[in-house]
Ligand binder design. Structure first.
Ligand SMILES: *Cc1c(COP(=O)(O)O)cnc(C)c1O
Length: 416
């Protein structure tokens, strides 16, 4: 068993002493949340523990700076230092992902997708994306979201038996609907995407290919998943999932689309950039370029594979029979409960995760990921144990909570 140490463990989280003196009411909330994060297993597939260096950048005076525009072309004075921070973030992102251009200003993954659509599409255009019941994101055509309101979305699905994307269905829908863009990417698909297949379909029908790689981009950074960069016209991503940076978004593209993407972010969809977050993104890209991060990314996948196999031993039906990534979706129905009941019983034991849609029927399953527990230094042996704790928690065995506390005590996210 290899345990990959997460990030430098020589620093603790920023101390809250000053805040505690000034505003004990809010300090109490922050400390309560730190305690919650430290005493449960954070298995939400979209979450992770940022390093103390990332937290330091987020809590820095760069938070005070207004910086509309781009480095060297700002609408505000006094940008000489934040310009350097943004240039470093851009250069590190381009080097890390082998992209010709990086825009690091998107406030979130959703705003990155909004900007990509704004750069390439007009309202009313047809877009082909994974349907929401199969794991498409809100920004892939939900009627409650700008995407569903402003564009005409057509959804592809997954095969009911295998849970896998049917690329022939994607091609048939592209042929029938002639979309202006095809979106590949999902909130819950546990397998690698075949970016070459998507590119071929996009080329055949003259569509742009937008990869929404919010989830796997951290694995891509560590060489543990295929990269969409050589295939997609535009790659949208978050920086806070497996990538382990601050909460935020990013867009990668070729030189030919750089100006359109930049204008779609600012001034079309956003105002001033959040320079403290951009500095924290630079720190995270720096960390992600190290051999330690590559080892981390591979361990995340190894852990997810073991956890999926052991959850199957406990009786869960694992979607696609396993995973290629950090992400697992499972149906607890063979254990006599639905996803919502399972989530509640698991939460009572301190196992924090989400429910998700399943590729068949309308019962919900559970979605979990190994990014955060791997950052804590847990390896395959701990994954096997976590699967046993899942079984105990579903039986409402009080031992489950004790076992979670034993694990989090040995693997604290922020030692000290
Ligand atoms: C997480 C995610 C997003 C959005 O990220 P936010 O930062 O929450 O806006 C977009 N697309 C996909 C596929 C995601 O998984």
């Amino acid at each position: 068993m290899t345990v990959t140490s997460a990030h430098s463990r020589t620093h603790s989280v920023p101390d809250f002493q000053a805040l505690r003196r000034q505003d004990p009411e809010l300090a109490e909330v922050l400390l309560g949340e730190l305690h919650r994060q430290s005493t449960g297993l954070q298995l939400i597939a979209a979450e992770n523990f940022t390093s103390p260096a990332v937290l330091a950048a987020l809590g820095s005076p760069l938070a005070n700076k207004y910086a509309e525009g781009y480095p060297g072309a700002r609408h505000h004075g006094g940008c000489e230092f934040v310009d350097v921070a943004e240039r470093i973030a851009m250069e590190r992102a381009m080097a890390l992902f082998g992209a010709q251009h990086a825009n690091v200003q998107s406030h979130s993954g959703s705003s990155a997708v909004l900007a990509a659509y704004a750069a390439l599409l007009k309202p009313g255009d047809t877009v082909l994306a994974m349907g929401l019941p199969y794991g498409g994101h809100l920004t892939h055509g939900s009627p409650a979201n700008f995407s569903g309101r402003w564009f005409d979305f057509v959804g592809y699905g997954v095969e009911a038996d295998s849970g896998l994307i049917d690329y022939e269905q994607v091609a048939a829908l592209a042929k029938k609907h002639r979309p202006k863009a095809i979106v590949c990417g999902s909130i819950s698909y546990p397998r690698h995407l075949d970016y070459a297949a998507f590119r071929e379909i996009a080329d055949e029908y003259g569509a742009y290919l937008i990869a929404d790689a919010a989830h796997p981009i951290g694995l891509v950074a560590g060489g543990a998943a295929p990269s969409p960069v050589p295939y997609a016209d535009v790659v949208c991503a978050t920086t806070h999932k497996v990538l382990r940076g601050p909460r935020g978004g990013m867009i990668l593209c070729g030189a030919g689309l750089a100006e359109r993407i930049d204008r779609a972010v600012f001034p079309f969809t956003q105002g001033g950039a959040q320079m403290h977050t951009i500095a924290a993104k630079a720190v995270a890209f720096g960390e992600a370029a190290t051999p330690a991060f590559a080892a981390y990314a591979h361990q995340v996948v190894a852990n997810a594979r073991v956890l999926a196999a052991r959850l199957a031993d406990e009786g869960f039906a694992i979607t696609t029979d396993g995973t290629d990534t950090h992400l697992i979706t499972a149906d607890p129905a063979p254990l006599g409960v639905d996803g919502r009941t399972a989530r509640g019983r698991l939460a009572a034991a301190g196992l924090v995760l989400d429910t998700c849609a399943l590729p068949y029927g309308d019962q919900r399953g559970i979605r979990l990921g190994t990014a955060a527990v791997t950052t804590q230094g847990m390896g395959e042996a701990e994954m096997a144990r976590i699967a046993v704790i899942f079984g105990a928690a579903l039986r409402e065995d009080p031992k489950a909570r004790t076992e979670v506390l034993e694990l989090t005590g040995r693997f604290p996210p922020y030692p000290g």
